[in-house]
Write a protein that binds this ligand. Structure first.
Ligand code: ADP
Length: 727
């Protein structure tokens, strides 16, 4: 058996093995069946080629081989058409290119061309040279058309993944076809090595791999790596050739091999890096640009402490890369929490502004959950999930995927990445999009963006730490100032008050004078309150306090306040008797409650319902608020007042911010400081015209008193009114 026959036999076995392997896979669809038929046809054709050299009775074999050759481009045309996926008809945003009419025309043309050839092959003239030439032209022509069509359909699909895949497949297919046809030159006497057969098997293998998953960009990378390896091999062969030509011929082979090896070993690493850089630059230009833009961004971000500067760097860097058409950065809203839960607000964007500038926890749960769990959400992947869910008839999954798709579309995300805080909670969303193509981002690019999002997390965390330090410095300065103030203002104030009181006590004053003295005394008292509050705000807080019974503190506060309330005010106190302890100074907690209750009563103008509730929350709130292993203790102060406008809400905890004529604007600022130094937070939920709920959330110090009794839990579920005062 000669080399050609041996190679043909070997390739036949491999092609048949590949055909079988595809049929053995879990999901066999029309595409897999078509592929298996095509691979089997190729395998059998090679088998017939191998046997032609061995058997003596050739007539039947040659006919069989010719029939297989007629079939081959027929199958190729249909297989290649099936490779380019039809766009999902369910998704509203993209226009769907339809290839159906061209495909039908191509298939009809192929069938028409095959009919006369089949007739010729079965006729007695099948061995005629003209028939052979006709067969050759038909096979070469139709295969070429099929490959060209594959690449054209891929290009028209608008999906980068499909373009890359089809271009690669068409190129390898064309190589295999050209070399297979060249093999036939041997019939004319040319002695070429049977490269075509080997390339055909490579093509079949690549094709079979490409049917395995929908996302085939790795094929492109495979090509890239092959390219790098080939270039490297040539460079090394070149070095070896230099040694052979300069040091001597093959009689000094051993010496040459040693010298060349040393040179190669020394040069290999830098050479590899250079070759890789050049091939990437030439063949993967866009990614190369993105990589270098990301590198520059990372370097610049390493020195940034302000979130605003960070956004500017990211926007500028992405614009430079020209890899995307739009990008956006959403950051978690700081401070008060709205009724819709945590919200992420658009901070900066590049290109078109996203349709939605605010992502609310309440309405975007699906998106936020996906980002928390997987850190990345890619719109095209969700699209695929949707069509899989539709195939599987899973209504829940369909609804979920659709919802996720809409949310991603709303924020203009081809891909969205989680920006996580220190404790893994979501602090922002980084969004990129390339609306020029579908499947815009390769896995490597996605990883690159993910890395960038990771660095944004670091910058945000650092900026927060920096803000805390700044705040501490500010407070230290304020403390020193307040101490001075106490000395400079409080003492003269005392003197003024004393003098005014003396004046007031003097007999026989005109009533006008008395009124003025009254004003002096009132205003002195007010000034005194302001100065005391400033001192209070600036006083350092001791952290080591014993755990206390929060219910007790609430009860006492309500007792003190009860007599001062007017009629028309309904007060409800619901205490969770199974409340764990919390570490906080009871005096300070009372001060906080006092502030919250007074604000609530004032907001309602003395008419409405005030409820004070305590609860044990077993798990951390979704907004990432405090909790210990025992959960959190919550004290809620709810009113039925007018609610808080967005403008006021933003400044709620800012010292000296007040909307009241006689307010100090320090009540909430001090309350927040107290609760934060106890490791907790104050949460605000408000709705215009409905009311406001302030919640003090403190980490629970221990397990609730009756943690073991599940029955208790049931009893406790309906919170019991502890007392109702007022009308
Ligand atoms: P002050 O009470 O001295 O104004 P605070 O810091 O306690 O200072 O409150 C700041 C502002 O927050 C108030 O002036 C008020 O506008 C607003 N506010 C606080 N609590 C409520 C509430 N329950 N309902 C409506 N507005 C409120």
């Amino acid at each position: 058996m000669d080399l050609r026959s041996r190679t043909a036999l070997f390739c036949a076995a491999l092609a048949l093995a590949i055909a079988t392997s595809v049929l053995l896979r879990a999901r066999v669809r029309q595409l897999q069946v078509l592929f298996a038929a095509f691979a089997a046809d190729v395998g059998l054709w090679y088998l017939s080629q191998a046997l032609v050299g061995i058997v003596h009775q050739k007539g039947l074999l040659v006919r069989a081989s010719e029939i297989l050759a007629v079939l081959m481009p027929q199958l190729a045309v249909r297989l290649f058409s099936a490779i380019v996926p039809s766009p999902s008809p369910l998704l509203p945003t993209r226009e769907a290119p339809s290839y159906a009419p061209q495909r039908a025309r191509l298939h009809r043309l192929a069938t028409l061309a095959a009919l006369p050839l089949v007739a010729l092959v079965v006729s007695p003239y099948h061995a005629h040279d003209a028939v052979r030439v006709l067969l050759f032209v038909y096979t070469a022509g139709l295969t070429g058309v099929a490959l060209w069509h594959l690449a054209a359909e891929g290009r028209a699909s608008g999906s980068r993944a499909v373009v890359a895949r089809t271009r690669f497949l068409a190129a390898v297919g064309a190589l295999a076809a050209v070399f297979t046809l060249a093999d036939f030159l041997s019939l004319l006497g040319a002695r070429l090595p049977p490269v075509g057969a080997v390339l055909s098997i490579v093509f079949l293998f690549v094709l079979s791999q490409s049917l395995q998953s929908a996302r085939l960009l790795d094929l492109y990378d495979l090509a890239g790596r092959l390219l790098v390896a080939t270039a490297l091999a040539f460079a090394i062969a070149g070095i070896f050739w230099l040694f052979v030509s300069f040091v001597g011929a093959f009689n000094t082979m051993y010496l040459n091999a040693v010298l060349a090896s040393i040179a190669i070993l020394v040069l290999f690493n830098p050479l590899q890096a250079k070759v890789e850089a050049y091939t990437h630059q030439i063949f993967f230009r866009e990614r190369f640009d993105l990589e270098s833009a990301a590198g520059t961004m990372r370097k610049r971000l390493a020195h940034v402490l302000e979130v605003r500067e960070m956004s500017a760097i990211v926007v500028a860097g992405l614009e430079e890369s020209r890899r995307i058409t739009s990008a956006a950065l959403f950051l978690r809203e700081e401070g008060a929490v709205q009724p819709g839960g945590t919200a992420f607000v658009l901070d900066a964007h590049l290109g078109d502004a996203p349709a939605v500038a605010r992502v609310e926890e309440g309405s975007s749960r699906t998106l936020l959950d996906r980002l928390t769990q997987r850190r990345v959400a890619v719109r095209d992947e969700v699209e695929r999930e949707l069509s899989d869910a539709l195939d599987a008839g899973d209504a829940h999954a369909v609804a979920q995927a659709r919802e996720l798709y809409m949310r991603l579309d709303g924020i203009g995300a081809g891909a969205a990445f989680a920006i996580e805080g220190d404790d893994k909670e979501l602090v922002g969303i980084f969004v990129v999009n390339d609306d020029r193509v579908r499947d815009a981002f390769t896995p490597e690019e996605l990883t690159l963006f993910e890395g960038l999002a990771g660095q944004l997390s670091t910058v945000i965390e650092n900026s927060r730490a920096y803000a805390r330090v700044k705040e501490r410095d500010r407070l230290a300065a304020l403390g020193a100032m307040a101490a001075g103030l106490a000395h400079e203002v409080k003492n003269p104030l005392g003197a003024i008050k004393g003098a005014a009181q003396l004046l007031a006590e003097e007999e026989g004053r005109a009533s006008g004078d008395q009124e003025f003295v009254g004003i002096i005394l009132e205003e002195v008292d007010r000034l005194d309150r302001v100065v005391s509050s400033i001192l209070d705000y600036a006083r350092p807080r001791s952290t080591e306090v014993p755990p206390i019974d929060v219910n007790g503190a609430v009860r006492r506060t309500m007792q003190i306040l009860a007599p001062t309330h007017e009629e028309g005010l309904e007060i409800r106190v619901d205490l969770d008797e199974d409340l764990p302890h919390a570490r906080i100074d009871p005096e300070q907690l009372r001060q906080v409650l006092m502030n919250l209750v007074t604000n609530a009563v004032q907001a309602m103008g003395g008419r409405g319902r005030l409820s004070v509730t305590t609860v044990h929350r077993r798990r951390a709130r979704p907004s990432g608020a405090v909790a210990s292993e025992h959960g959190a203790v919550e004290v809620r102060v709810a009113d039925t007042g007018p609610g808080i406008s967005a403008k006021v809400l933003k400044n709620l905890f800012v010292p000296f911010f007040t909307t009241k004529t006689s307010g100090t604007g320090l009540g909430l600022a001090i309350s927040q400081r107290i609760v934060q130094s106890a490791g907790g937070i104050i949460d605000v939920q408000t709705a215009a015209g409905v009311g406001t709920i302030f919640t003090i959330v403190l980490p629970a110090h221990d397990a609730p008193p009756s943690a073991s009794a599940a029955t208790h839990d049931l009893e406790r579920r309906a919170s019991r009114p502890e007392g109702v005062a007022g009308a």
